[in-house]
Design a protein around this ligand. Sequence first.
Ligand code: NCD
Length: 306
Amino acid sequence: MRHLMSPLDFTVEELDQLLDLAQDIEANPKKYAHACDGKKLATLFYEPSTRTRLSHEAAMLNLGGSVLGFSSADSSSASKGESVSDTIRTVSCYADICAMRHPKEGAPMVACQHSSIPVINAGDGGHQHPTQTLTDLLTIRNVKGRLNNLTIGLCGDLKFGRTVHSLINALVRYENIRFILISPEELRLPEYIRHDVLDRNNIEYKEEVRLEDAMPELDILYMTRVQKERFFNEEDYVRMKDFYILDKEKMKLAPKDMYVLHPLPRVNEISVDVDDDPRAAYFRQVQYGVYVRMALILTLLDIHVD
Ligand code: NCD
């Protein structure tokens, strides 16, 4: 049985196959409409979510399956003190596959050790968010036509942003990837990722504080929200939250074929006047998230459609 804890759980070849499958699903949705008839997906969300939970659910519904679950720890027996391992043993009796989001790093990993159904990590604390990474890879491949030879700017909360951590892990396996890490000093990418992932793989990168300085060099700009819920005090959050605001003026500094991605939700870091720019790809990214999660569910359930 396979789970998805990190993007590295798939080889690059397997990832290519999964993205190809997502592309085929986009082109031929009817072909897949009954692929999961009779199957159930459980969504176990101990932390707030809009896109990740609903796109997993939409993905299973599009495949003909059904869904059940909870959307906050308060409405589950976690509030009575139940452990993740007991919850997953229970859910294994109800569903064929599950997606779990949890504020604690490693909670989905604990779950998969006690589970008899595939577990998808839908975000664990500040650690990883592999299904967002699949979404990001599919989006980049679609807008740029490739996953190699790219300069990628990662901007915002690089310290706590799990989408950034997962995306870096996945992208270093492609050829000629260069990163520009754009953040305030206090929200720099953690050292363990700089050293263990970037340096160890000989990946070229530089750190910048000013977004304007990086813009002209970028193929992709990946904006992120300052992760309010991971700050130890409100004061620091308030000081950091509007550090970056991408607006029409800054977009003028970017190449014509530089695309803007954002895992969403956005707060203030992208001004709404950027939304009409053809280079704003963040709502397309949401749509790709459904196709890629359909492909993931089929892959983990080992369902093949001819
Ligand atoms: C992200 C997350 O939850 O990590 N959202 C998402 O899943 N698309 C990013 C964020 O919350 O800032």
